[in-house]
Design a binder for this molecule. Sequence first.
Ligand code: IPM
Ligand code: MG
Length: 359
Amino acid sequence: MQAHIVTLPGDGIGVEVVTEGVKVLRRVAEVFGHTFGFDEQPIGGTAIDDFGNPLPAATLEACQKADAVLLGAVGGPKWSDPSAPVRPEQGLLGLRKEMGLYANLRPVKIYPMLQAASPLRPERLEGVDLVVVRELTGGIYFGARQEATAEVREAYDTMIYTADEIRRITVRAFELARGRRNKVTSVDKANVLAVSRLWRKVVIEVGHEYPDVTLEHMLVDAATMHLLRRPADFDVMVMGNMFGDILTDEASMLAGSMGMLASASLGEGTQGVYEPIHGSAPDIAGQGIANPLATILSVAMLLRYSLGLEEEAGAVEDAVSAVLEAGYRTPDIAGPDTQRVSTGEMGDHVVAAMLGNAG
Ligand code: IPM
Ligand code: MG
């Protein structure tokens, strides 16, 4: 098949990990006989430096025309002044919003050979296999806000959800659960927030349409605790934008590192933006030590969801498992009996592991 893929390396380690993602995509094209075209575009802090805009019009336009988008990360200390007029993160949020990518899928998969990298005891990690379905274009991230000024030292953000927004993300979660272990945990703060009370009501309504799926509700504070106490009990977790942001950073430590968690941001069509859940990690940028596996696993999701290439997606995931099995580790997941490799070497090993899987 032919596919047109836009890459948005962004800032910090985003550049390094996207390089490895593209390496793997090229290998997939070669092994399976596809033609992938690549178009690199600026986003985030680098786009602010060069164009004064974290999401230049040309970048958005290129993404809207693409079959899929592979993104690295945005942000960094250079652009973090709280009084700055624009921020790199606005580029990412604008992209999600403009492309209508309301459903963010963040699978948490535990590789048995990485159990030691997690701060949790191995027995707690047994059987962990969950997906967080995070609402991505609404909630407190996008509600009306007021910045404080020198005179008015008061600020606010607003959390708003319509019933329709809640319904469509919940339907995603239930559909996903049907192909898995038939369980949905909806996370909210219904004991305090009006938005959460509407959220729970709509989720219950949708749940009636899926009698074969078990539905449970959990308050977000309790959910952070149960995620550590009994993570294997979760299958699909659905929640609003900010709760999903917070809980997926927590959940990444089940897998051992932020550098292991991939994500897909999807709308109604097959188009999507694929990115690791980690940030630009300015502290390690440029050193060649970032873990590219979250991005490479995001590539697998890109192949699966936007290009419909299930076999190819599986081949990438198998290659990642094989490389971990062989003991190769970037520093974030390294252990005593493992072999330390650089970002680029890790990408090379994944490419090498993808030998002749073509059908
Ligand atoms: C994420 C990130 C972003 C978010 C930031 C960079 C705006 O933390 O994708 O999890 O909060 O959504
Ligand atoms: Mg985050």
